[in-house]
Design a protein around this ligand. Structure first.
Ligand code: ADP
Ligand code: MG
Length: 677
């Protein structure tokens, strides 16, 4: 047997069961060994019958007293009963349609039974327990994730057969000095221990090793991807003097903005293409840094492109950048899907002959038919909607442009390294001076009336309000979203804000209609805007000072923080009101944390610790392979070590020639996850 042997050839597995294994993602012997137990049953400390807990499953030690022959019960099932017990109490054991287990039990012998104790105090009962002899059995047995037709004990037997068949043939992908440095068990030993341990300490050591290996493999893959992405020749842009640009601004840039701009210019001055992530909290002024990069490119005679996830954002960026760059004669072209053919043709011509020095648009900028004259810098905004794949598509667009990715969600550094490991990172860790934190409060629906009184006063004072309407189930789709938004507008907002001008924004609107609503809101022709969560992240309406979020408990804190970032953009006092009727203690604490914190990084960390990485690792946010054992919340130290070691390994041996088993494993990981390619 080899690691690549099909599971079908494992003893006791046929084509049918092989199909079931395939459903678990297991097609080879090697993959079976990576089907890790999700728990263990500890047979070493059994309960006496009388003290066996009624909740959950447990192991009980008991002697078999008598057996009752098989009987038919209603439903046509055949039932076997065995009476067992110890000096503390009796225990009835029952099996349906399985005479074999009971047959093998010997009267007068002692066994360990694993199962759920049911019945009542008069009669304790276990249905279909797993049986082991009282002595000489496995002290710990693995519990596997089950699917239809593959139960845990069966999987355990198949794993045992593979471990047996592969003896001495499992290569260790980890370099010996790493094993030595962290005192990790070898691969074969770790696999044996995680599947068939003698003690929980062995499991712990095995997990430590396998988690490290998993994270190292992942990190190596990301770094290799990065070196692949870095091939090719970019335009070396002589670093421009940014002072004239900075001096033209109505304010002075923050130190963080200066530092990030410097890092970007320095990257761009090399012919090796830049791959940089610009991270910063909402409102930290990422647009300005992007403008500085565009300025530098245009000084050197090169074109830039900026992509936003929606047309509204693209339109807004075009206007902002136009204003910032106009003093330097930089021509900005906006390219949207909704353009008329003639206008589009003109714009495309201006892009092709180089007159348009900055092209702003949605993903459409990536589409065919857009030919640049000399594109040297590509920027994407609100990174979380751009996958690795899109980044690569962009990189392939022209002759390797420098790439700058701007992220809206601040994330802790270790995570950023994992998610964007192929990118270098600049952080804006400073907000422009004079920002007042957005006053944030959490209320229940009972206070909604009071809230509307407050909102009406704000509107009377000339301010504007955003409403994020109640969430609906994703399955209800855009139509459900529209209904929910409409219902909220008509049944709640309009009656409680009589006579006010209220706009409605939802996913069913055409881009033109969305733009019209947004323009009206920006121009102050609307007092309030009711929106579904499609509310355009990144919109900048300084006069809007209140953000109301219904169903606040349904969002991650980072998402709430993003939404909150839509207000507090002007000089005035602003508010974010989180409305939630489902205030469990946990929800209350979470929302309170947001009320008292305005640091996006701290909020992201809190989310990570309390909700897990799901919010960051939601499907559409990345194309990373799923982790089998590692947990990014608890394994951060291992992750850090693996990140460092991966970098060191590649620095010494860029193609991992000395570590073929490791190189192989990286290769396989990324083959299984084509999203990354
Ligand atoms: P984000 O990082 O969320 O994209 P923006 O680039 O939209 O932030 O900037 C938020 C607001 O802050 C904008 O109105 C912008 O004009 C303003 N701004 C940016 N940099 C500074 C600065 N150094 N001083 C004062 N205001 C600034
Ligand atoms: Mg922005």
């Amino acid at each position: 047997m080899e690691l690549s042997t099909s599971v079908q050839y494992i003893k006791g597995v046929g084509p049918k069961t092989a199909q079931r294994f395939a459903k678990l993602g297991v097609e080879t012997a090697g993959q079976l060994l990576e089907l890790y137990p999700r728990d263990y049953v500890d047979y070493s400390r059994p309960y006496p019958v009388a003290s066996a807990p009624y909740e959950g499953s447990c192991v009980v030690k008991a002697t078999v007293y008598s057996k009752q022959g098989e009987v038919r019960v209603k439903g046509g099932k055949r039932m076997c009963k065995v009476l067992a017990g110890d000096e503390t109490a009796m225990l009835e054991l029952v099996w349906f349609n399985n005479p074999y287990t009971a047959e093998k039990l010997e009267i007068g012998a002692e066994y360990l039974f694993f199962g759920r104790v049911g019945g009542n105090f008069g009669k304790r009962q276990m249905i279909a327990p797993v049986v082991q002899p009282a002595t000489g059995g496995q002290p710990l047995t693995a519990v596997y994730p089950q699917t239809e037709g593959l139960h845990s004990a069966y999987i355990a037997r198949c794993v045992a057969a593979v471990l047996e068949g592969l003896q001495g043939q499992i290569p260790d992908p980890l370099p010996p000095d790493i094993l030595h440095r962290y005192r990790l068990p070898g691969k074969a030993q770790a696999l044996a221990a995680i599947h068939r341990p003698q003690t929980m300490d062995q499991v712990k050591a095995a997990r430590r090793r396998l988690i490290y290996e998993e994270l190292l493999t992942l990190q190596l893959g990301i770094l290799l991807l990065r070196s692949r992405g870095r091939k090719g020749d970019a335009a070396a842009i002589r670093a421009a003097d940014l002072e004239p640009f900075f001096a033209s601004l109505p304010f002075s840039p923050t130190d963080a903005q200066r530092r990030a701009s410097g890092e970007i210019l320095s990257d761009m001055s090399h012919s090796r293409p830049m791959n940089r992530l610009l991270q910063g909290d909402v409102g930290s002024g990422k647009t300005l840094v992007a403008a500085a990069a565009v300025y530098a490119a245009s000084r050197a005679g090169f074109q830039s492109a900026l992509m936003a996830p929606t047309e509204i954002l693209a339109t807004q960026h075009a206007a902002t950048l136009q204003k910032l760059l106009a003093p330097f004669g930089v021509e900005v072209a906006l390219l949207t899907g909704g353009m008329r053919a003639a206008a589009r043709r003109q714009t495309l011509a201006a892009i092709a002959d180089g007159r348009a020095q900055l092209v702003v648009g949605t993903h459409a900028v990536l589409s065919e038919g857009v030919e640049f004259s000399n594109l040297a810098l590509a920027i994407t905004d609100e990174q979380h909607r751009f996958g690795v794949r899109q980044r690569q598509l962009l990189a392939a667009k022209a002759r390797s442009p420098h790439l700058l990715v701007m992220s809206a969600t601040p994330i802790p550094r270790t995570l950023a390294l994992l998610l964007y490991g192929e990118l270098d990172i600049s952080v804006l860790d400073q907000l422009p001076p004079g920002r007042q934190p957005v006053k944030t409060l959490a209320i229940t629906g009972k206070k909604r009336g009071d809230m509307f009184g407050f909102l009406d006063k704000q509107i009377a004072a000339g301010r504007q309000v955003y409403f994020v309407c109640p969430l609906i189930e994703e399955s209800e789709g855009a139509a459900g979203e529209m209904q929910s938004a409409t219902a909220y507008l008509e049944q709640t907002v309009q009656p409680l804000l009589p006579g006010r001008r209220i706009g409605l924004m939802h996913g069913r609107l055409k881009p033109k209609e969305k733009q019209a609503v947004m323009d009206a809101f920006k121009a102050g022709e609307l007092d309030a805007l009711v929106s579904t969560t499609v509310i355009e992240v990144g919109v900048d309406v300084p006069n809007a000072t209140v953000m109301v979020i219904e169903n606040a408990e349904r969002y991650g804190l980072s998402a709430l923080h993003q939404l909150r970032g839509r207000v507090g953009r002007g000089g005035g006092e602003s508010w974010c009101i989180l409305v939630s009727d489902h205030q469990s203690e946990a929800v209350r604490q979470r929302l309170q944390f947001l009320c008292h914190t305005s640091d996006g990084f701290a909020i992201a960390r809190y989310d990570l610790e309390n909700r897990g990485p799901g919010d960051f690792f939601g499907k559409r946010q990345h194309g990373l392979p799923a982790l089998k054992l590692a947990d990014l919340m608890t394994d951060t130290r291992t992750l850090q070590a693996a990140q460092q070691d991966a970098a060191d390994l590649l620095a010494a041996d860029p193609r991992l020639d000395s570590w073929p088993a490791l190189a192989d494993q990286v290769q396989r990981l990324f083959e299984q996850n084509t999203a990354m390619n």
